[in-house]
Design a protein around this ligand. Structure first.
Ligand code: AMP
Ligand code: TRP
Length: 347
């Protein structure tokens, strides 16, 4: 007998989610959604939720939230998530997430959460005024994943630390309540190699983000062709022509970002892009980039517009997704309840 850690015996399952905080952008697509669709198409069982419970951790307008959940779900589907194959649902529609989150709050240690950089970034200087939910946000994220015993989580690079925390929680729960048996898998992030980090069009050192006040900093998945072309034309660059070698992009964050975006959009490597455009200026490169972006986004934004025009149909899909998700979560939450010793008749 080897004394290596026991392996997890369950099937591969995929879970991911995004917050319903306004429209999605190219960074969300290239960093996350693209991977969601690839995993779905490889035949894995997938759960893609809109994390509306996480949206409560910061100030929000309740009257806008349901519409934003529908919009996020429509964006998932427009990007290629097929609700007949993957469960697409609102996190709050499956109460097992909240139930497991409480159990995991008693598993996670304060010191683990204090290390989370996303909390520090979002809470800013006045952390005392942040909601407790913002602090325990990554525990709910661990529950989102583990309530389906998901083994793989396609996300952007910025979520790596939260995934480490999910693994720590799973391992600690397995140790404390399962005698070391791998009841919960240790979920792994699946990070896209190209597009892991798409940067702002206005600042190559800042992430492309929906919270950036300048809409020109990002390409939204529902931007029309003229808007995309205009944003790329205005994107910050430097006066030098593109280099022929990758090393020539060091210390040129804006150039590096645009080359990276073009590579991800055309399924090429950055080396291949530089082999083609090395020596040319941005005056020549930007129109090609704009064409690639328009060609890529047009079908997504058309499908998005078609889907959001029928909210009742989105609701039907979300309800069906929630039903399916709840079915898979039910035995997991029942097992967790027994393991921590909750009362039940005859227990
Ligand atoms: P957020 O927009 O922060 O709610 O993130 C939703 C998902 O998109 C997460 O998996 C992020 O890691 C991913 N993501 C967000 N912004 C970017 C970006 N600029 N580049 C790559 N991935 C991103
Ligand atoms: N924290 C993630 C983000 O900011 C969103 C999220 C919530 C998530 N629960 C999740 C991502 C579970 C993956 C798996 O993008």
């Amino acid at each position: 007998m080897s004394d290596a850690a026991p392996a997890y015996a369950g099937p591969d399952r995929i879970l991911s989610g995004m917050q319903p905080t306004g429209g999605l952008h190219l960074g969300n697509y290239l960093g996350a959604l693209k991977g969601w669709v690839e995993l779905q198409n490889s035949g894995s069982e997938c759960f893609y939720c809109v994390v509306d419970m996480h949206a409560l951790t910061v100030a929000h307008d309740p009257s806008l939230l349901p519409g934003r959940v529908r919009a996020a779900a429509a964006a998932y589907m427009a990007a290629g998530v097929d609700p007949d194959r993957s469960a697409v649902f609102a996190q709050s529609a499956v109460p097992a997430h909240a139930e497991l989150a409480w159990i995991f709050q008693c598993t996670a240690r304060l010191g683990w959460l204090e290390r989370m950089t996303q909390f520090k970034d979002k809470a800013g200087k006045d952390a005392e005024r942040a909601s407790v939910g913002l602090f325990t946000y990554p525990v709910l994220q661990a529950a989102d994943i583990l309530v389906y015993k998901a083994t793989h989580v396609p996300v952007g690079e910025d979520q790596k630390q939260h995934l480490e925390l999910s693994r720590d929680i799973a391992a600690r729960f397995n140790r404390d309540f399962c005698g070391g048996e791998m009841k919960f898998p240790l979920p792994e992030p699946v990070i896209q190699t190209s597009g892991a980090r798409i940067m702002s069009l206005k600042d190559g050192t800042a992430k492309m983000s929906k919270s950036d006040p300048s809409d020109n900093s990002r390409i939204n998945l529902d931007d029309d062709a003229d808007t995309i072309a205009r944003k790329i034309k205005k994107a910050k660059t430097d006066p030098e022509p593109l280099p022929s070698e990758l090393a020539g992009l060091n210390d040129r964050p804006e150039a590096k970002n645009l080359v990276g975006i073009y590579a991800a959009l055309t399924n090429a490597t950055a080396e291949q892009v530089l082999a083609e455009y090395g020596g040319q200026g941005f005056g020549a490169f930007k129109p090609r980039l704009a064409e690639a972006a328009v060609e890529f986004i047009a079908p997504i934004s058309e499908e998005y517009a078609r889907l959001v025009a029928d909210p009742a149909e989105i609701d039907r899909k979300l309800a069906k997704g929630a039903e399916r998700a709840a079915e898979v979560a039910a035995p997991v939450i029942a097992e967790a309840r027994d393991l921590v010793g909750y009362w039940k008749p005859g227990a």
